[in-house]
Design a protein. Structure first.
Length: 220
């Protein structure tokens, strides 16, 4: 199977499995998405979706958010983990949005990545899901799948993003990265991986990964 055939197989299989693609994080606009993505660092989407309604009931826009203290924000978001850093980031970015962007979330990487606690992955999610601009945010699921599928070397998320953007058509990036996240969770998890259910890896996967799985049933 050529690399292009592998790419086509991935796109076709994911499209068949996920013709409708749910957004993992609940939000209503770019600002609430930005906050939700920030909270999702080292936290499950399920937990974030439990906490954001509590936070957004008090402040769902930057103007209301800066009326809260960092301590008040931290108390609400504590179950998401890393609350000292995240609460300062939420307060700080809300201030900057008011001062520099008229309270609006900017639709470009440079301004997004200048915001406190906002890295490239968070900015990519916002660009893709809030503004519909083609992006390929790479989380742990996508990083794992690209390696298992022998489409990237697995050395860094930066390289995985470059490989994904090079291999997959730009027009499908926004759908594909979400489809891959759901596939990674449901069919190719890091733990409890069952190759018999993981059809894409079984068909196009890295030979060494499949051999190791078959010999030891360990997680790779």
């Amino acid at each position: 199977m050529t690399k292009q055939e592998k790419v086509n197989f991935v796109v076709d299989t994911l499209a068949a499995l996920y013709p409708e693609i749910p957004i993992p994080l609940d939000h209503k606009d770019p600002y609430t998405l930005l906050i939700a993505v920030l909270l999702s660092a080292q936290c499950t989407d399920v937990r974030v979706n439990q906490i954001t309604p509590l936070l957004f009931a008090k402040a769902d826009n930057p103007y209301d958010m800066v009326k809260l203290s960092v301590e008040e924000i931290q108390d609400i978001i504590r179950p998401c983990g890393l609350s000292p850093m995240k609460s300062k980031g939420i307060y700080g970015l809300s201030q900057i949005l008011i001062e520099k962007h008229n309270g609006h979330v900017p639709a470009n990487y440079e301004d997004l990545e200048e915001l406190p606690a906002v890295g490239h992955k968070t900015a990519s999610v916002v660009m893709s899901q809030a503004f519909g601009i083609p992006a390929f945010p790479v989380d742990t699921h996508i990083h794992r799948l690209m390696y298992r599928w022998n489409l990237s070397n697995g050395k860094s998320v930066q390289q995985t993003e470059k490989d994904a953007k090079r291999l997959f058509p730009k027009a499908c990036w926004n759908d594909l990265h979400l489809q891959m996240i759901w596939y990674g969770r449901e069919y190719s998890p890091a733990r409890g991986w069952d190759l018999n259910r993981d059809i894409i890896t079984a068909v196009i996967g890295r030979k060494t990964v499949i051999e190791a799985y078959n010999k030891t049933k360990k997680v790779y």
